[in-house]
Design a binder for this molecule. Structure first.
Ligand SMILES: Nc1ncnc2c1ncn2[C@@H]1O[C@H](COP(=O)(O)OP(=O)(O)OP(=O)(O)O)[C@@H](O)[C@H]1O
Length: 273
């Protein structure tokens, strides 16, 4: 018993956060004047967290993900990724990035699409093949490597693009509305698969979405953002169990979290009026 308690304690020992943002500001200089995309954003993401960012169009969700990935540079505040600057983390291949559109090259087979970044990074052929087969299995696309993207459904293409992002085996997966263009049934299925993949790989995931049920179903932490300038209005720690059948969405616990997200979104709008 004492041993079990000790083990639990060890597992919950505080770790340094994977992502730590403090008072981040980001102002874009445009021809029409400055656009404040992020204001005073502070957030901590721990190892193994599944964090969703939800908020209206233009509230800075993508910008925040791009700051983590060192694709945008904050104009104020600080951010570390795995304890490093985002630039250092990028050079250390800290993350894989999944975009809104699958973005696969139509003239390359699925396995060649997944292997492309590995080719560029100079992995040898045997290692490329090993990694491609491994990630195809992780996203349930084993046997589809020789197909071309146009021979796959939209959902399968998006899974292939997730496989490409996983091929480096980075600890962090950044996903910018990966399922936004898919119909609801396919999206439900991919959400279930993504949760299984997360459980299997123990990645830390940052996930942008417009969908309240998607955010609540997937996340351990939901970050609600408000528009112009993008600020965090609420951070909700979910107490739903990590194993989640789809029908968890009908439970009072799920609906209570969804309600709080909706309230957070409303509060953000009220501030804007
Ligand atoms: N490179 C850029 N130059 C100028 N303004 C930009 C740039 N990128 C984003 N913005 C502006 O910053 C704000 C935040 O944009 P961002 O794409 O992060 O929002 P979002 O919440 O992801 O929106 P959506 O849900 O529509 O994808 C918007 O007002 C946008 O027009």
């Amino acid at each position: 018993m004492a041993q079990a308690a000790r083990a639990t304690k060890m597992n919950t020992a505080p770790q340094s956060p994977v992502i730590a943002a403090e008072n981040l500001d980001l102002v874009f200089q445009t021809a029409d004047g400055p656009v404040q995309a992020l204001r005073d954003v502070s957030l901590t993401i721990d190892k193994g967290d599944f964090v969703s960012f939800i908020g209206p169009s233009g509230c800075g969700k993508t910008t925040f993900l791009r700051v983590i990935a060192a694709l945008e540079h904050p104009t104020g505040g600080t951010i570390t990724v795995n304890g490093m600057s985002p630039e250092e983390a990028r050079l250390n291949r800290a993350y894989g990035y999944v975009f809104q559109a699958a973005g696969l090259y139509p003239w390359r087979t699925i396995e060649k699409n997944i292997a492309l970044p590995l080719e560029i990074m100079g992995f040898d052929r045997a290692e490329q093949e090993k990694r491609v087969n491994n990630v195809l299995q992780l996203v349930d696309l084993a046997g589809f490597g020789k197909k071309f993207p146009w021979q796959l459904s939209g959902g399968m293409q998006q899974r292939a693009s997730i496989a490409r992002a996983l091929a480096f085996d980075a600890d962090i997966l950044l996903m910018d509305e990966p399922f936004g263009a898919l119909d609801e049934i396919v999206r439900d299925h991919l959400n279930e698969q993504l949760l299984k993949l997360w459980a299997r790989t123990e990645k830390t995931i940052g996930f942008v979405t417009h969908s309240i049920p998607e955010a609540v179903y997937l996340s351990t932490k939901i970050v609600v953002m408000s528009p112009r300038p993008g600020r965090i209005t609420d951070v909700i720690e979910s107490d739903l169990p990590r194993e989640r059948p789809l029908d968890i969405r009908d439970t009072p616990e799920f609906l209570a979290i969804a309600h709080r997200v909706r309230e957070g979104l409303r509060a953000g709008h009220a501030y804007d009026d």
